[in-house]
Design a protein around this ligand. Structure first.
Ligand code: AGP
Length: 608
C-alpha cells in the first residue's frame, strides 16, 4: 500500500528519506518519490517501478537540506508512471504533498479547480489536495491545510511541505494511519511506525481529523475546527530493527520456517495446564461479558478471513456458540443484526486494513463489543477495539501471510478453549486441549522437514496454469488459504473448494492438466474425502494429497502423498497449511517471481 515517511530536523534529509523508502518497501508499491528543500528550493524526484529506479536519479545529486517527504505509491487513480507518483505539487510548484488513501470527492474538487484555470500534471486524486491547499495559502501552511481539508471527503494521511516555510512540516489524517515520531530536535511523520523506530521510539498516534504542525522544536496538534488538542507521547518497542532475512533467500521462506518459534511466542504464558484453560490478558476485562454471549461474528479479509473460518469451526466445536464469518468488505455495508449478546471479533495481521477497520466501527456503532486479533502492536484496529489478543509473532514482512495465519488460528484455538471452559468443556477435556496446543510447535517443526519433498513436487507442476485445492470441515478453509497463497505469489489461477462441492460443477474442469491438492488428514471425514479424491482420479486429475500416517487407500492412487504429523483434529489446520505454504513458495520461485513483493499486492490494504 502507499507509504509515507517525512522528516524535519538537523540531519541531511536525503539519506533519512532513502532509508524510509527502503523500510516501506515491504508493503508493496509500484512507484516512489521524494520531495525536499535543497538549499531552500523545493525539489521533486520520482520514478515508476522499484526504489532502485529512484536511487539512480539521485546518484549524482548533492542535496543540502533537512526537511522532506517521501512516498511509495500503490496505484489507485491513474497508472503507475512518473507523473502519477507522489509527491504532487501545487500550481506554481511551492507546495508538495504525499498522500495515502482515496479522496472520494476529487472529481468535484478538480472540476472547480479546472474552472479556475488550474492545470493538472497527473491523473491522481492527490494532486487536487496540493492545489486546494495552495488555494488557501496566505503565508501559513497549517491554516491552509486546515481550510483545504474542510472540503475534502474520503480517507487520507498526508504530509505537506512548502518552499516558503522551510521550518515546518504538516501532517493530517482521516481514516488512514499517520504517526508522529518525536526525537531530539527532529521529528518524523510516517504511515508505518516500523520505518522510524530506529530513529525514535517516542510516538504520537494521531487521531482522525488531527492536523499536526511539526517544527524542529516540537509539535502542535489541532483538530479540524482549529482547536489545539493534546495527544500523548507513547514509547514503543523497537522490534523492527531486528528483521533481516538471515540465511534465507526470501522473507516468506524465513517466516514459514519461523513458525515453530512464532507459535511458541504466541502461546507463551497463555496456557493454564492444571486448569485446562487459556489466559488471555486482553480479554480479562471481558470475561464476565463473554459468559453471556450467545452468538459470535468474526469479520476479516484475505488470509485473516480464512483463519476466521477455522475459528468458526473451533468455537462451535469446543464452546457450542454459533459463529458467523463474514468478509469485512461485505459486513460494513450490510445492515448486520447485532443482538445484545452478540460478540464481534475482527482479525487483522496489520491492524490497518480499511475494510476491517470500517466493519469494526460499524459493529461498535450498532452497540457490539468488538475484540480484535492483531499482530501489529498499537495498530489502528488494535487501538479502536474494546479489547483483544495480540499474536506476538514479530513483524511479518512477506506480503503473502504465513506465520500470521497459523498464529491467528492458534489464538482462535485459545479463545475457543476459554469460551468452551466457560460452557461445555470439562477440566479434563480442557487439559487435553492445552496439551494439544502445546504440541503444535514441535509438530510444525516436523512438518517443515517436508520442504525438500515439496520442492520436488513443485518442479513437476510449476508450469501448470490452474490448480484446485480441496478440503472438508477444518480443511476447507485451509484449501482456500492454500489456493490464495499460490495465486498471490505464483500468479497461477487456483481455487479452493469444499471437496464435496466439486461434483456440483467444478468437476467439469478436471483433466490431466489439472493438479488437485487435497487436504485429507485421517479424521472423522477421512473416508468421505477419499471418495472425493477417487472422483477426481477417475477423471484423470493429478492428485497431490496432504495427509497423515495410515493414509491407505489414498497411497494407492494419489500421484503424490505428503504426510504431515498428527495433532488434535481441530488443530490440524496449523499443520496441514505448512506444505501448502511451501508448495506455493517453491512454485513461485521456480516461476521466477518476486516472492516477497508480488505484483499488484500490498501488505496492508488501507483503501476500500
Ligand atoms: C495474505 O497473504 C494477503 N496478503 C492478504 O489476503 C491479507 O491477509 C489481507 O489483506 C488482510 O490483511 P490483514 O490481516 O493485515 O488485515
Amino acid at each position: 500500500m502507499c507509504g509515507i515517511v517525512a522528516y524535519i530536523g538537523f540531519r541531511p534529509v536525503l539519506p533519512v528519506l532513502q532509508d524510509g523508502l527502503k523500510r516501506l518497501e515491504y508493503m508493496g508499491y509500484d512507484s516512489s518519490g521524494i520531495g525536499l528543500l535543497d538549499s531552500g528550493r523545493l525539489r521533486i524526484f520520482k520514478a515508476p517501478g522499484k526504489i532502485r529506479e529512484l536511487e539512480k536519479k539521485l546518484e549524482n545529486e548533492e542535496i543540502k537540506g533537512n526537511l522532506g517527504i517521501c512516498h511509495t505509491r500503490w496505484a489507485t487513480h491513474g497508472e503507475p508512471n512518473e507523473a502519477n507518483a507522489h509527491p504532487h505539487l501545487s500550481a506554481g510548484g511551492k507546495i508538495a504533498v504525499v498522500h495515502n488513501g482515496i479522496i472520494e470527492n476529487y472529481a468535484v474538487l478538480k472540476k472547480k479547480l479546472l474552472a479556475e484555470g488550474i492545470s493538472f500534471a497527473s491523473e491522481t486524486d492527490t494532486e487536487v489536495v496540493a492545489h486546494w491547499i495552495a488555494k488557501f495559502y496566505k503565508g501559513n501552511l497549517s491554516q491552509a491545510v486546515l481550510k483545504a481539508l474542510e472540503h475534502v471527503e474520503g480517507a487520507f494521511g498526508i504530509a505537506v511541505i512548502c518552499e516558503d516555510e522551510p521550518d515546518v512540516l504538516i501532517g493530517a489524517k482521516r481514516g488512514s494511519p499517520l504517526v508522529l515520531g518525536v526525537g531530539e530536535n527532529e521529528s518524523f511523520l510516517t504511515s508505518d511506525v516500523s520505518t522510524i523506530v530506529g530513529h525514535t521510539q517516542k510516538i504520537v498516534y494521531l487521531e482522525d481529523n488531527d492536523v499536526v504542525t511539526v517544527s524542529r522544536a516540537g509539535f502542535e496538534v489541532k483538530n479540524i475546527r482549529d482547536k489545539t488538542v493534546s495527544r500523548e507521547i507513547q514509547e514503543v518497542d523497537n522490534d523492527f530493527e531486528l528483521v533481516q532475512k538471515g540465511d534465507f533467500p526470501h522473507f516468506m521462506l524465513k517466516e514459514i520456517f519461523e513458525q515453530p518459534e512464532a507459535i511458541k511466542n504466541c502461546i507463551r504464558g497463555r496456557l493454564l495446564l492444571n486448569d485446562g484453560n487459556a489466559k488471555l490478558a486482553g480479554l480479562d476485562k471481558s470475561l464476565k461479558e463473554l459468559r453471556s454471549i450467545d452468538r459470535i461474528i468474526i469479520t476479516a479479509c484475505g488470509t485473516s478471513y480464512y483463519a476466521a473460518m477455522v475459528g468458526e469451526y473451533l468455537i462451535e466445536e469446543w464452546a457450542g456458540i454459533p459463529v458467523e464469518v463474514e468478509y469485512a468488505s461485505e459486513f460494513r455495508y450490510r445492515n448486520p443484526i447485532i443482538g445484545s449478546n452478540t460478540l464481534v471479533f475482527t482479525i487483522s495481521q496489520s491492524g490497518e486494513t480499511a475494510d476491517t477497520l470500517a466493519a469494526l466501527k460499524e459493529a461498535q456503532n450498532k452497540g457490539a463489543t468488538v475484540l480484535s486479533i492483531c499482530n501489529v502492536v498499537g495498530s489502528t484496529i488494535a487501538r479502536t477495539s474494546n479489547g483483544g489478543v495480540y499474536l506476538h509473532v514479530g513483524p511479518e514482512i512477506g506480503i503473502a501471510s504465513t506465520k500470521a495465519f497459523n498464529a491467528q488460528v492458534t489464538v482462535l484455538s485459545l479463545i475457543a478453549l476459554l469460551l468452551g471452559r466457560q460452557r461445555r468443556l470439562s477440566s479434563v477435556q480442557g487439559m487435553e486441549i492445552v496439551q494439544a496446543i502445546n504440541s503444535l510447535p514441535a509438530a510444525v517443526e516436523q512438518a517443515l522437514k517436508l520442504n525438500d519433498e515439496i520442492l520436488e513436487i513443485a518442479k513437476v507442476y510449476y508450469k501448470h496454469t490452474n490448480f484446485l485445492y480441496l478440503g472438508r470441515h477444518f480443511h476447507y478453509p485451509v484449501a482456500m488459504e492454500g489456493a490464495l497463497k499460490l495465486k498471490e505469489i505464483s500468479y497461477i489461477h487456483a481455487e479452493g473448494y469444499p471437496a464435496a462441492e466439486v461434483k456440483h460443477g467444478p468437476i467439469a474442469l478436471i483433466d490431466a492438466n489439472m493438479p488437485v491438492v487435497i487436504v485429507a488428514p485421517k479424521d472423522a471425514l477421512f473416508d468421505k474425502i477419499v471418495s472425493n479424491a477417487r472422483e477426481i482420479k477417475a477423471r484423470g486429475g493429478k492428485l497431490i494429497v496432504v495427509t497423515t500416517a495410515d493414509s491407505a487407500p489414498l497411497d494407492e492412487f494419489a500421484d503424490h502423498i505428503i504426510k504431515v504429523p498428527s495433532v488434535n483434529s481441530a488443530l490440524m489446520p496449523v499443520i496441514t497449511s505448512i506444505p501448502l505454504q511451501l508448495l506455493a513458495y517453491h512454485i513461485a520461485v521456480l516461476c521466477g517471481n518476486d516472492v516477497d513483493q508480488p505484483r499488484n499486492l500490498t501488505k496492508s490494504v488501507m483503501v476500500e
